[in-house]
Design a protein around this ligand. Structure first.
Ligand code: PLP
Length: 288
């Protein structure tokens, strides 16, 4: 495989970042996880906009246009002959030994990592093995005025600590400081109750997921009523169905929450599952 490092395609074995890179030393970096379908980067403008928002929050200027960044992704995809792929784009504040205060003259480090990932959606092969076991954890999603939850930085310790708490489950459910559901360690969360689709508001400490927004738009188009709000974990445990979203998983049903089975097939448990099935299917169709 070949990866893109600082504007050059290099074989994987030589695709390295220096030990005095600020992304390594301090997590001083912005990133995006994307997917390519049929050789085209999915929702590029949305990812590029979120990356710009992260860079603004970190006051990290890299001087590369959206077109430059996209062409590096395209080059990495073609060099590896990949059409359906996982793409990770990272921009660190660059190599700067010694001090915490950023030197404005340092060149950023730009890395594009790609790997094969088959098509998902209802017709394809989802990357997940089956419905997720979701566990509510004690680690909280802490809002931080300096680094907002909306910034996607290399510092993922919040999610890592949450994942380490798992007792055999697949995804950790983080609450905010007041106990309301925020999101998964690397996913946004939705639930369906009586035909209404609910998801925690991004006014709380929640990453504004690109998949989350697509699901909300798709629900709107399909005439599915939506509410964004603040919910306790009990609401999810008692819901007709629960699912998670992120770029790699797309839509992933939740089969159990805190050890309580929601439904054998991971989707529904009300007497008339048609509505929930229909909603999950309608929303998943956007990938087909
Ligand atoms: N929330 C967190 C904390 C994440 O890390 C991610 C993605 O990795 C998501 C939500 C989902 O975001 P997206 O749909 O843009 O992949």
């Amino acid at each position: 495989p070949y990866y893109h490092v600082d504007g050059e395609l290099v074989p994987a074995s030589r695709a390295t970042v220096r030990v005095d890179d600020r992304g390594f030393r301090y997590g001083d970096a912005a990133f995006e996880t994307l997917r390519a379908y049929g050789g085209t980067t999915f929702e590029w403008d949305a990812h590029a906009a979120r990356l710009e928002a992260t860079c603004d929050a970190l006051e990290l200027t890299h001087g590369l246009s959206r077109a430059d960044l996209l062409s590096r992704i395209d080059e990495a995809l073609s060099a590896n002959d990949l059409a359906d792929a996982y793409v990770r784009l990272s921009i660190t504040r660059g190599v700067q030994p010694g001090k915490l205060t950023p030197d404005p003259d340092v060149e950023p480090t730009v890395v594009v990592y790609v790997g094969s990932l088959p098509r998902g959606g209802l017709e394809g092969t989802p990357v997940w093995d089956g419905p997720a076991a979701l566990e509510t954890v004690e680690t909280r999603r802490i809002p931080n005025d300096a680094v907002p939850a909306a910034a996607k930085t290399h510092n993922y310790l919040n999610g890592i600590l949450a994942r380490q708490e798992l007792e055999g489950g697949d995804e950790a459910l983080l609450r905010d400081e007041e106990g309301y559901v925020a999101e998964g360690a690397t996913s946004n969360v939705f639930f369906v109750e009586d035909g209404v689709l609910y998801t925690p508001t991004i006014d709380g400490p929640v990453l504004p997921g690109i998949t989350r927004r697509l699901v909300l738009e798709c629900a709107d188009d399909a005439g599915i009523p939506v509410e964004e709000g603040r919910y306790r974990p009990e609401r999810l445990r008692n819901a007709d169905s629960v699912f998670l979203t992120n770029t790699t998983w797309e839509l992933r049903p939740v089969g159990s929450m805190d050890g309580v089975t929601l439904e054998e097939d991971g989707l529904m448990r009300d007497d008339d599952p048609t509505d929930d099935d229909r909603i999950f299917e309608t929303l998943s169709r956007m990938y087909d």
